[in-house]
Every structure is written in structure tokens, then in C-alpha cells.
Design a protein around this ligand. Structure first.
Ligand code: DGL
Length: 266
């Protein structure tokens, strides 16, 4: 009998998806993981739909070479534009980040006013609003692209004054819209959670998509009986398409651990 020791495959446009890996390791410490970060072509959030779909297909092809048992599309921009195409093109089970985040927001909101902050591509796709509407048509969704949050997170400026100022500017329309729930619809935003919470106020509930995605992956593995049975320590591999400057420190900000020894360029 198979002990389901094939790894979970995860891809993102760059290193931001390591926030999802961190949650996967936390919630499923026994699973092997192969991560692919397309660091040569990041950001996806400013690219066209066609390019995002093409890059996403190529990323899945790379993960399949490592015999992954499922694919987690950790990038919100890819999940917004490429999920349908990927499901058509590949038979491996896939989890994107839109549904888990949308579902959590639908459960959470009390006043039916939900905000979404994400890259320009994700907001333009309208995918969060469509998915939330599919669960509950009465919920009003307010989207806001916050492109400067990505470099601020990579710089490690999580709690700086300038970050708070920028957050106030971006989030003002959402405060005005009286949302009670806010989806952090980008891999990088969980790192700015404290500042975003401070600006929005304690009454607004933040949906951290990394956490909800990991929960969804766990339930898919349980339902399909694909959980790894082996007891030897889980192995994690990190593949990247380019080594960005200050790679180690950026990766450490996202994952909390030094991964430089388990990194390979592909
Ligand atoms: N990973 C992207 C996302 O979640 C953010 C960075 C990018 O623009 O590629 O949408």
C-alpha cells in the first residue's frame, strides 16, 4: 500500500508563497513539501491575464517533475486568472487561494460588507467578488489594489511609520465603506497584518489566506486519504528561477527559517 509520501507542491510568483508554506508546515508537519518560486518573473500582479496563465502552467509542469501529489496555487494573481485553465490542463488535485479566503469571509461577516486587498491583477479579475457572490449574493464586496504593500513586505518594513501612512491611504475607502471583514488577498500581506489591523481597527476581522488555504489543503488530504504515513522527518525543497539579491533575508522574513541550504535553481 502507498504511504502517500509524495510531496505537496506549492508555487508562487516569488517568495511570498512561503507564508503559505509556513502554515502548511505548522498544520501538517509530517508532509514533504516542494516549493517553486518564480523569482525571475515576479511580480505577476502587474502582468496580463495571458502571461499569468502561461507562467502558471509552466510552474505546474516543474512541480510535476517532482512527483507531487497535489498542487497548491499559493499566488492570488495566478489563482484569480489561471485556476480554470490549470484544472483543465492537469489531473493532479489543486487548491487555489481564492475559495478558502472567500469562504472564510462569508462565514465571518455580520454586516455583509467585505473588503478585499490584493494586487492589481487580482482586483481587476473580480474573482473574489464573484466567488463571494456565489456563496451569498447579499454580500457587498469592496476591492482595493495595494501594490506598494509587496515591496514594503519584502523590505521587512512591517511596522514602520511610512508603512502605516501608506496603509491609511490605501485603506481609507474600505473604512468609509464600513466593512467588518477584510481579506488579505495577496501572499505578502499577512506580514503587514499588525499595521493593517491597527489602521482598520480591532472590530474589523482580517482573513489571512495563508491560514485558510493550509486548512483547505489539510481537509483535501484527509478526504482523499492522501496523508503521508511515514514517520521519518518531513523534507522541504525550495526551487527558484533566479536568486534575488538578499535572497536569504527575504526568504527568512516570509518563512521565519533559513532555507538557503535547501534551495535549488531550476
Ligand atoms: N504572489 C502575488 C500574489 O499573491 C504577489 C506578488 C506578485 O505580484 O507577484 O498575488
Amino acid at each position: 500500500m502507498s504511504d502517500n509520501s509524495e510531496p505537496i507542491g506549492v508555487f508562487d510568483s516569488g517568495l511570498g508563497g512561503l507564508t503559505v508554506v509556513k502554515e502548511l508546515i505548522w498544520q501538517m508537519p509530517n508532509e514533504h513539501i516542494v516549493y517553486y518560486g518564480d523569482t525571475a518573473r515576479v511580480p505577476y500582479g502587474t502582468k496580463s491575464r495571458e502571461s499569468i496563465i502561461r507562467f502558471s502552467h509552466e510552474n505546474v509542469e516543474i512541480l510535476l517533475k517532482y512527483n507531487v501529489k497535489m498542487v497548491v496555487v499559493a499566488c492570488n494573481s495566478s489563482s484569480s486568472y489561471a485556476m480554470k485553465d490549470l484544472r483543465k490542463g492537469f489531473s493532479v488535485p489543486m487548491v487555489g487561494v481564492i475559495h478558502p479566503g472567500a469562504q472564510a469571509a462569508v462565514k465571518m461577516t455580520r454586516n455583509n460588507r467585505v473588503g478585499v486587498i490584493a494586487t492589481s491583477a487580482t482586483i481587476q479579475s473580480g474573482e473574489y467578488a464573484r466567488t463571494i457572490g456565489g456563496y451569498n449574493k447579499r454580500i457587498k464586496v469592496f476591492g482595493r489594489a495595494c501594490p506598494l504593500f509587496v515591496p514594503l513586505a519584502e523590505e521587512g518594513w512591517f511596522h514602520k511609520e511610512v508603512t502605516e501612512k501608506i496603509a491609511r491611504e490605501y485603506l481609507a475607502p474600505l473604512k468609509k465603506a464600513r466593512i467588518d471583514t477584510l481579506i488579505l488577498g495577496c501572499t505578502h500581506y499577512p506580514l503587514l497584518k499588525k499595521t493593517i489591523q491597527k489602521v482598520m481597527g480591532e472590530d474589523v476581522k482580517l482573513i489571512d489566506s495563508a491560514r485558510t488555504v493550509a486548512k483547505q489543503v489539510k481537509s483535501v488530504l484527509e478526504e482523499t486519504k492522501r496523508q503521508r504515513q511515514g514517520k521519518a522527518k518531513a523534507r522541504h525543497k525550495f526551487l527558484i528561477s533566479d536568486r534575488p539579491q538578499e535572497f536569504e533575508s527575504i526568504a527568512k522574513k516570509f518563512l521565519g527559517d533559513d532555507i538557503s541550504k535547501s534551495v535549488k535553481y531550476v
